[in-house]
Design a protein around this ligand. Sequence first.
Ligand code: NAD
Ligand code: TYD
Length: 348
Amino acid sequence: MNILITGGAGFIGSHVVRRFVLNYPEYKVVNLDALTYAGNLENLKDVENSSNYSFVKGDICDENLVDKIFAGYNIDHVIHLAAESHVDRSIKDPLIFIKTNVLGTGNLLQTARKHWSGKFEGKRFYHVSTDEVYGSLELEGGYFTETTPYDPRSPYSASKAASDHLVRAYWHTYHMPVVISNCSNNYGPNHFPEKLIPLMINNIIHRKPLPVYGKGENVRDWLYVEDHAAAIDVVFHKGKDGETYNIGGHNEWKNIDIVKLLCDLMDEKLGRLRGESRSLITFVTDRAGHDLRYAIDASKIQKELGWVPAESFETGIRKTIDWYLNNQEWLDHVTSGAYRQYYESMYG
Ligand code: NAD
Ligand code: TYD
């Protein structure tokens, strides 16, 4: 089995690559990643020399390159994670989201279609997507299910919705075997410190202000990244063609409560006075079009594929804090930009 994993140097992608390289030595894993600001090969140091792993630096929009990869590695499966993923950046600069998330996904689909040329036996195109395509819920407004109508509101979620639609169009029109999963917010090791949890951890370490948007009342449903990688493994191996699976941990938190929890746990860890980090909390102007609440009904994947999260939030958040405290070099390289030199040092 030759699997093309896109975006494997990013946060979730690196956990997926590691899992597939280590758990399935019989598969050949090709990681295609453009190494944007979010791609960091230091995430994969422990598997980079594995004999069943190859890295290709490049853009999923590059038709010639993707074509060469399909031909050269005889790709028969795709797990597609490469994307621009940060909502705030999508508000500032939507076009790169449209390019990578929509056109890039289109290019991968079209290249797979060309190479598989109607012989879809033993093939699979898996799109890793987000629950943000469903829009926003009221505080007491139920859950997103697989049949919730799409209602994306940010340029990021609109671009992911568009790519989901394209993937489904290839299933209905060409019978390409596709599968999609829509997951809630992830947290854990290797998370780029622009997203809520790692940003707060980094700022607490350095005693910098903790910017909470609006009143901090928005709700997100958090899942430990290893649990997402395990769900992707299950969907890839057991999911049905043409189906969608929602992935989430039934773990809803108001932003302000999560920030306070991080402050208290880290004060304890860092030997600071209780309350010291909370004094860094700063309420700032709200995000434009800020979705109020996301919450996933994950009963389909549980019932049909037997996946449930292994990590509780209590243990997952402590592991995450410990990881950042024990990997300050990773954090320093990311915040200083030094991580961008790692590719040259490894691959010349
Ligand atoms: P990330 O931003 O950490 O990583 C994205 C990776 O894609 C990076 O390594 C980057 O270099 C690469 N990339 C970006 N543009 C590229 C291009 N044009 N060509 C090739 N590579 C490119 O993102 P993440 O948080 O790991 O998310 C991975 C996927 O999971 C995304 O598709 C995202 O929409 C989805 N997702 C994320 C979350 C979450 O909470 N982070 C939740 C649900 C779904
Ligand atoms: P984020 O981690 O960007 O994920 P998403 O927007 O995809 O859910 O943000 C999570 C929540 O935290 C979201 O409601 C916005 C809020 N937030 C802040 O309050 N302050 C911050 O500095 C950031 C980055 C996010």
